[in-house]
Write a new protein. Sequence first.
Length: 480
Amino acid sequence: MTTSPSPVRRRISARVRILLWLLFVMAVGLVSVATTTRSILLRDVDHRVNGLLAQEAGEFANFEERGVDPETGRPFTDPSRLLEEFLVRQYADPDEELIGLVDRPGRAPAHFRQPRDIPVALPLYKDRDALRRIFDSPDATGTLHRASGEIRWAKVTVARAGGEAEAAFVVAFHPGREQSAVNEEFRILLAISGVALLMTTGIGWAVAGRILKPVRLVRTAAAQLTEQDLTRRIPVHGRDDIAALAETFNDMLDRLERAFAAQREFVDDAGHELRTPITIVRGHLELMGDDPAEREETIRLVTDELDRMSRIVEDLLLLAKAERPDFVTPEPVQLAELTADVYVKARTLGERDWQLAEVADVEAALDPQRITQAMVQLAQNAVQHTAPGQTVRIGSRADGPDIELYVADSGCGVQPQDGEVIFERFRRGTPRRGAARGSGAGLGLSIVRAIAEAHGGRVRLRDTDGGGATFVLLLGEAHT
């Protein structure tokens, strides 16, 4: 049974996603602004209409209470006469109707109005059913919804002696035109928002591309990286998060380049140093005869070369491990006790005049095993370059925030031109006259330097007073 390959999901680039989110947020914001603006404008229309209705109703109520009939000079007694005189004195605003109603039982109330037409489809004074509903309504204000448009109205009644309404003054306002103007402004705002979104699309696309350019460079660089070429770097511009990303990526490439370089160096060094003992072993095995004494000698030589190969491999692995962050594990250590332990262990390396010169009575944050390994290696190096009975001094001291651990010998010393060379892999110093060349692979001092640098320090070579060499581990700000 065969399964069909899963479909490849199409990826949406970060540039497109940023642009889509930007447009979405802007669209929501612009629509919210336009909608809020429309609501505010409609509310202003309502407030103005309500104020106008209250003003007109108040003016009529005041006229009814204080007005006098010009023909009699006395207060009005005829509602019709009251309405006529009031309407003659008023001037209606656009979209406003001022109407006087007189009750006619069973029929629509008779009405009085100003002789002026208003630009609406169906004025209120022509809608007799609407006039009847308004006259009969117990409310003083209200809204009349009609197919031809909405009407906002207010009413002041003129009552008979028994309390029933005999006449009424009605002020009506048609807000449709002003509401249409508000809706037109709303549509204009939406159109402007659409243009703004189009402009934002272009600007956002360009800006997003510029901001994400370092990210694309990171992706391109990562795709082009190979084990043979780790030199490509991302140009860093500015001080923002994108620039920080480029710097972080470049730092990662630096670490990768060092790691691959260390790997290649390990392979090259191993191949170079192991080739000679392998050749020696193969040659002796090929020439080995049947003579028991010859076979025994061959086995001894082969075993010696295999042991040397094993030491070389262990040293190379240790140097390769020095690149790892967990190569050293610092812990609080009493430096005086550590120096004394190193002195006791070094005394078994050879018949020399071993001296514990001085100790620093401080506590330091060190990896005691690695520091002991480095110091014993320096002691072994001193044994190889001194004769039996010569002095080798071991000590430690504190100088302000720095501490030093040292091994000083009274041997033949180191040639000036070899001061830095001896700390490189598979490099040995030039032997002075009468001095024997070391039998090691030339990795010991490289291991010492690696341990010192892993502690954030360094190793230095100094001349010993009276002749010889002093190797010093300088560990800055390691003690408390």
